[in-house]
Design a protein around this ligand. Structure first.
Ligand SMILES: C[S@@+](CC[C@H](N)C(=O)[O-])C[C@H]1O[C@@H](n2cnc3c(N)ncnc32)[C@H](O)[C@@H]1O
Length: 196
């Protein structure tokens, strides 16, 4: 499941690996683009579905049904993916994004099977020369939702916006040159271990 499917990279990889996958995006243009990117022949067989929807409320997903969430949300309003789609989280300020990603975390917890994995990539951002730790705050929302952190992978980030400033004279802060890939697991429910 990729609830921020964008151009469909996760689904393309799933198709190549012969895995079943569902992609969701709030933007109908992303749905069209993903459909077109997935229009290739592949020796593996898989079922791939793409739905227009909101990662904050995955209405068509039942509880405890997904093995793996693999996704890449917007980094608050650093890059805007649409002009006027109200549910698009790329319109949210750093502060409002935190509530939204918290809802995404709760939905992720709900739809994952026990021992299911949720992995997502996100980076920190800067405002007026100061770091806003969007990555770590987002990770904490998933932990607060009940998932358990298994890994933090640091990925080198290319072509980031602040690179423009790095080479020039405005060199008054370090380049944010990495993103995080967080890997979390839904624990087995405690009810299973309780004495009857
Ligand atoms: C960083 S991009 C995803 C990139 C993707 N990995 C790819 O292969 O292109 C984030 C995506 O999240 C979508 N998005 C923003 N808010 C959303 C929401 N509330 N629910 C679902 N998708 C949303 C945007 O439309 C955008 O396509």
């Amino acid at each position: 499941m990729d609830p921020f499917v964008g151009s469909g990279t996760t689904l393309i990889e799933a198709k190549l690996l012969g895995r079943n996958a569902v992609g969701v995006d709030v933007n109908p243009d992303s749905i069209k683009l993903s459909n077109s990117n997935l229009n290739f022949m592949c020796p593996e067989t898989s079922k791939i579905f793409i739905r227009q929807g909101n990662a904050r409320k995955l209405l068509f997903s039942k509880n405890n049904c997904i093995d793996l969430i693999c996704t890449h949300p917007p980094y608050a309003n650093i890059i805007r993916y649409s002009k006027d789609i109200q549910e698009d989280m790329s319109h949210l300020s750093y502060e409002n994004f935190q509530n939204a990603i918290s809802e995404v975390a709760k939905e992720s917890f709900r739809i994952l099977k026990e021992k299911g994995i949720c992995t997502f990539m996100i980076g920190d951002i800067r405002r007026k020369g100061y770091v806003l730790p969007l990555g770590m705050i987002s990770m904490q929302k998933f932990v607060d939702a009940g998932l358990v952190l298994k890994e933090i992978v640091i990925k080198e980030q290319h072509n980031c916006r602040s690179a423009d400033y790095w080479d020039g004279r405005k060199r008054n802060f370090l380049l944010l040159a990495h993103e995080y890939i967080f890997v979390l697991e839904k624990p087995v429910s405690r009810a299973q271990f309780s004495d009857h």
